[in-house]
Ligand binder design. Structure first.
Ligand code: SAH
Ligand code: SF4
Length: 365
């Protein structure tokens, strides 16, 4: 049966304080409850400096999270883990935790599915589901904190590079960033948050005015309209030159260097011509180029380039005077690119009896 209790993080600070007062508890308990969630508490019961009666009132009226874990996969000797969550109402989204020597990064989803429909992306292949609410985005982060705490790690960075187009769910994304950066909740510096977009220009301009200096990543993938119209269909509405202008406006307003993402597709956008066009577009700008070797997705016409072509393309781009790095291909086994675990589970679900994808033994395997 559907659990109708609201998730605790769906309440604003003042709403939770009002509830506390109505339940004969002091308003300052709100900070304490958020503090526990920020440290990865899995239940109200675990919040042991909160009076027992209040903990049970909390449990009567709220859920500690609205997310239900469907499946968990690991890769890179457990350095990468990916969780598929079911949302209220049945859609599902995924989040990926990547562990490095000096940081732990969470890749978060902002929509169930994506309306943009890039032809190389697993997320774009499914019909669009719905926008996530702010608390559903934040809950991915509190769950990652919980997971990392069991390993003695802290969540240090958050990237909006999971399922969905963050700028197409603007209000909830901005609200979730405010919560993730709020010292009362997760307290992660906006400088350690990356919002990646396929290029919704009006929203980029709006974000520049928010005084939230997150790092902006533009999913460029092609420097000429003719190719970008195909790879990132929103380009037909917001063409490359206007997009770069908006991104530059963001850099000027925030003082933050913009990242440009470039998924390398063999024979499609990894030629010398592409590197030259990219150079012409970005030279002398506050920019950094991230090359992402394509993570193969079934039923697409694209292939990943081999190592030699990746190196060659990097050199061509460097030759244009640009800063460039090749992103590591973390989490291939965990289906870690955009929507791939979701895609696999959906495929299994449609091929097998409905419960098959939910077998709990998969968790932690
Ligand atoms: N919708 C936003 C954010 C999510 S996608 C955007 O497109 O920017 C995050 C990044 O993953 C984007 O740069 C996207 O192009 C890239 N990506 C999607 N599918 C991929 C794949 N199969 N292999 C490698 N990168 C992929
Ligand atoms: Fe959507 Fe980003 Fe995937 Fe394009 S790459 S379909 S914008 S999630």
């Amino acid at each position: 049966m559907t659990d109708l209790r609201p998730a605790i993080l769906s309440l604003s600070a003042s709403d939770l304080e009002a509830w506390l007062v109505a339940n004969h508890a002091p308003a300052y308990r709100r900070r304490q409850i958020w503090g526990w969630l920020a440290r990865g508490a899995a239940s109200f019961e675990a919040m042991n400096d909160i009076p027992k009666a209040l903990r049970s009132d909390l449990g009567r009226d709220f859920r500690s999270t609205s997310l239900t874990t469907v499946v968990n996969t690991e890769a890179d000797h457990a350095l990468t883990s990916k969780t598929l969550y079911e949302l209220d109402g049945g859609h599902s989204v995924e989040a990926v935790v990547m562990r490095y020597a000096d940081r732990s990064t969470l890749c978060i989803s902002s929509q169930a599915g994506c309306p943009i429909g890039c032809p190389f992306c697993a997320t774009g292949k499914f019909p669009f589901g719905r926008n996530l609410k702010a608390h559903e985005i934040v809950e991915q982060a509190t769950d990652a904190v919980r997971l990392l705490a069991t390993e003695g790690r802290r969540l240090s960075h958050v990237v909006f590079m999971g399922m969905g187009e963050p700028m197409a769910n603007y209000q909830s994304v901005v609200e979730s960033v405010r919560r993730i950066t709020d010292p009362d909740l997760l307290g992660i510096s906006p400088r350690r948050i990356v919002v990646s977009t396929s290029g919704l220009i009006p929203r980029i301009e709006q974000l520049a005015a928010e005084k939230l200096p997150v790092t902006l990543a533009i999913s460029l993938h092609a420097a000429r309209n003719e190719l970008r119209d195909v790879l990132v269909p929103i380009n037909r509405k917001y063409p490359v030159d206007l997009l770069i202008k908006a991104a530059q406006g963001y850099a000027d307003a925030t003082g933050r260097r913009v990242s440009y993402e470039w998924v390398l597709l063999a024979g499609v956008n990894d030629t010398e011509r592409d590197a030259k066009e990219l150079g012409r577009l970005l030279r002398r700008r506050l920019a950094h180029v991230n090359l992402i070797p394509f993570n193969p997705v079934e039923d697409t016409p694209y292939r990943a380039p081999d190592r030699a072509s990746i190196r060659r393309f990097k050199e061509w781009v460097e030759g244009q005077g640009l800063n460039v790095t090749v992103r590591d291909t973390r989490g291939r086994e965990a289906d870690a690119a955009c929507g791939q675990l979701h895609e696999r589970v959906m495929r299994e679900r449609s091929a097998a009896p409905k419960v098959a994808a939910r077998v709990p033994s998969v968790i932690g395997s």
